[in-house]
Structure formats: C-alpha cells, structure tokens
Design a protein around this ligand. Structure first.
Ligand code: HEM
Length: 267
C-alpha cells in the first residue's frame, strides 16, 4: 500500500469510528483536503503553540500574586489606559480620514476673503450633514488620546513598569508621546484660523530660537520664516501622511513588545 493510500485509509477509519456531525465531517474533509496540498495542520500547530506560549506569559494578577483578597481591584482601570490611548487613536484616525474628504490645505482665498482651508472647516461645521459631529469626534478623540497617553505614562512610572526588561518600551513610549504631541500641533494649524496662525507663529519663532540650526529648522518644518502656503501644506502632509504611518508602526511595535513580555507586576 502506498503511503498516500495508507493515509487515506487511516483518516477514513478514524472518521468512521466516531459519530461525526455533518458540520464536523465537512470541517475534517476540508481540513484534510487543504492539509494534503498546503500542510495546513503544521501551521495550525505553530499557531496553537504560539497561543499557549503567549498565555503562559500572562503574569498572575496582583491579587493572586500577593494574596491581596481583592483589595487592590480599584487600581486595575489604570492598566487600561494604554488600550484607551489606542482606542482614541483609532477613533481619531477614522474620523480624520473622513474629514479628509472635505478639507483642503489651501492657504489662499479670494482677496479679502477667508482662506480655502478655513472655509472648508466652516462648510464642515455648518453645511455638511453631521459634519460638526465628525469634527468634534476628531478633536475630542485627539484630546482624549493626549490625556490618556500622559496618564498611561504616569501609571507605568508609578508601578515601576519601566524597569528591566521594559526599558526599551519606555523609550518607545517617549517617542509615542512626542509623536502624539506633534500630531496635536500639526492638526491645530490645519483650520488656518487665528488660533492656528498664531500657534504657527510661535512655532516658527521657537524654531528660529534654536542656536546655529534655527533658520534651517524653520525652513525645514515651516517652509520659511513667515507663515505661507508652504507652512500649511507641510503641516497637512505631516498630519495626514507621515505621522499616521510612523505612529501606527511604532504603536504596533510597542504593543507587540507588551504582548511578548506580558504586563509587569508592580515592583
Ligand atoms: C500612543 C501612545 C501609547 C499607546 C497607544 C500605548 C499602548 C500601550 C498598551 C496597550 C500597553 C499595555 C498595558 C497598559 O495598557 O497599561 C502599554 C504598556 C506600556 N507602555 Fe505604552 N502606550 C503609549 C505610550 C506610552 C508612553 C508615553 C510610555 C512611557 C514613556 C509608555 C510605556 C509603556 C510601558 C513601559 C509599558 C509596559 C507596562 C507594563 O508592562 O505594565 N507607553 N502601552
């Protein structure tokens, strides 16, 4: 009997021994068909091993570890702040992508009238169906994210979770809080209203105050020493293109490391 035929015989014999429901039998037939061609069971086993490995890494809760009789349950919500930051980020990303359908980063308007960017914001707020809601969702989720990231950092600090072996994730966290603030700043300039304009002016002056490289920094980030179309366009591309790619990747690495290391026990 060839190896293949023996295999078939074994599978069939096994299937007949047990009373399979129709769903089970379809599942097994499909699995065997795929396994014969793609060795899918090997990969499922790898996934299964990974699943158990990851779960083994989950540390005991504080209550279990220190036999605390549930006295510390009220600290637990603070451990959700990282996830809360992630949720706020996703809401901001989705609402931002939708706002992108209506916004245009044009600093010029007809002479004497507001800029196109500002008029698009006015359109979103007053004429677009649920536009005011979409913009508020974006602004609020962004602000909630800033607050959540900051509080998450405090939680990590006060539980000593930044210590060995989690130093790398702390440093990645510093990058993330910086990216969050740059997201906030670039977004703040996009309506190109008075708040945006003067915040931009402060930014240019801060860049110019950097010793030696000041003028170069202002040129690079703001496209010059005064606020122009180049400034708005740079803020726009940073906000909707560079930062989303960079932040999403860094957040994925950050959470991937937490996944591998497990949550820290309090020190
Ligand atoms: C976009 C910003 C951030 C996101 C989305 C994020 C997400 C997360 C998530 C989901 C966790 C799992 C544990 C938890 O939720 O508390 C975590 C853990 C951690 N985060 Fe963040 N984080 C961010 C910013 C930061 C910052 C600013 C720091 C510090 C400078 C930081 C340092 C850490 C460290 C060290 C851990 C491991 C903590 C432990 O094992 O208990 N993260 N982060």
């Amino acid at each position: 009997m060839s190896l293949e035929r023996k295999d078939e015989h074994d599978h069939k014999g096994w299937m007949q021994e047990r009373d399979l429901t129709p769903v089970e039998s379809i599942y097994l037939t499909v699995l065997m068909w795929l396994d014969k061609r793609l060795r899918i069971v090997d990969y499922l086993e790898i996934l299964e091993n990974l699943y158990y490995k990851v779960n083994m890494q989950m540390p005991k809760s504080h209550t279990e570890q220190y036999n605390l009789d549930n006295k510390f349950w009220y600290w637990y919500p603070l451990y959700a702040l990282g996830s809360f930051s992630t949720i706020a980020y996703v809401v901001a990303a989705v609402s931002g992508a939708l706002l992108g359908f209506y916004y245009s980063p044009a600093a010029a308007g007809a002479s004497g009238s507001p800029t196109v960017a500002y008029e698009q914001i006015t359109f979103i707020m007053t004429d677009l169906n649920l536009g005011f809601f979409l913009r508020s969702l974006h602004r609020w989720s962004a602000q909630v994210m800033v607050a959540a990231v900051f509080l998450h950092m405090l939680r990590v600090y006060f539980t000593g979770a930044y210590k060995e072996p989690r130093e790398l994730n702390w440093i990645i966290g510093i990058v993330l809080i910086s990216l969050t603030m740059v997201f906030g700043y670039t977004g703040y300039l996009l309506p190109w209203d008075q708040l945006a304009f003067w915040a931009g002016q402060i930014g240019v002056e801060m860049a110019l105050s950097v010793p030696v490289a000041g003028e170069w920094a202002a040129q690079l980030v703001f496209g010059g020493f005064t606020l122009t179309q180049s400034t708005l366009q740079r803020m726009y591309i940073l906000h909707v293109f560079f930062l989303p790619f960079i932040a999403t990747t860094v957040i994925a690495i950050h959470i991937g490391i937490v996944w591998m290391q497990g949550i820290a026990e309090p020190h």
